[in-house]
Design a protein around this ligand. Structure first.
Ligand SMILES: [Fe+2]
Length: 259
């Protein structure tokens, strides 16, 4: 399995706080069947600043520790970038990383409002040939109250990542309900752990895929896993044939959230 959003690099943000913790997380991931991890430290979220060069150095160090310890995980560099007015300027200054060197970039909204410039940022990235991946939209209050906002971003070229812990109910019922509704509406393209810790917020990726197979059918697990592989290979993601046609999508979402 491939995990595209994690906070496993030691000492860079509120994820792994030491090399020992990071190695414990990597062992747990490998035991679950995860083979590839994209490390995505927070960047510009008000608490942490991790420009591209710092992350690349940390990846190199941690990958050599993994090799020394014999842990069969391939690491890839990434970043979880808080949407801000200077995002496109930071890209020009080479401070930002895409996911594993692909044309996909992980961006994060604050927990409450959708940033005023969100559409502008999505369009601006798309114009540069970068596909924004919106981290855990189910955890944003505006999206929970107005899921149509996410469908608009998807129509502008964004894709969306749901967090395993949201699907499994670890953030409460409201976020869980939104997470599953967004999946059913076809607005989620990829599943990831957003792992921060070996116990409190671990990976739970195999558990989430099992829940998806049970709840939505194994075709959906295959769809999400294929999309993660496509992202890592920098290929275009496939459309799930079971997902409603785009022309019906907004109506369907509105109905789903009304009931
Ligand atoms: Fe994250």
């Amino acid at each position: 399995m491939i995990d595209i959003h994690t906070h496993i690099l030691p000492g860079l943000d509120d994820g792994a706080d030491s090399m020992t913790t990071a190695l414990a997380m990597a062992r747990a991931a490998a035991a679950e069947g995860i083979t590839d991890i994209i490390a995505t430290p927070h960047h510009e979220n008000g608490s942490y600043r991790n420009p591209a060069s710092d992350i690349q150095l940390a990846i190199w160090n941690f990958q050599s520790e993994l090799r020394t310890e014999g842990i069969p995980i391939t690491l890839h560099a990434g970043q979880e970038i808080r949407v801000n007015d200077d995002l496109l300027g930071a890209w020009d200054r080479r401070e930002l990383l895409t996911l594993a060197g692909s044309s996909y970039m992980l961006i994060e909204m604050p927990g409450h409002e959708m940033p005023a410039k969100m559409r502008e940022v999505v369009r601006g990235l798309a114009d540069l040939g970068i596909r924004p991946v919106i981290a855990h939209p189910e955890r944003n209050r505006s999206i929970r109250e107005h899921p149509r906002l996410l469908s608009e971003l998807v129509f502008l070229g964004a894709i969306a990542q749901v967090t395993t812990h949201s699907l499994l109910g670890d953030f409460g019922d409201r976020i869980k309900k939104t997470a599953w509704s967004l999946c059913r509406a076809g607005l989620i393209h990829i599943v990831s752990s957003d792992a921060h810790h070996v116990e409190r917020r671990a990976f739970s990726l195999s558990q989430a895929y099992q829940a998806i197979s049970d709840e939505l059918g194994p075709g959906w697990t295959e769809y999400y896993q294929n999309n993660a592989a496509s992202l890592l290979a920098n290929e275009t993601m496939q459309t799930n044939p079971t997902i409603v046609k785009e022309s019906n999508l907004i109506d369907k979402i509105t109905r789903m959230f009304r009931h």
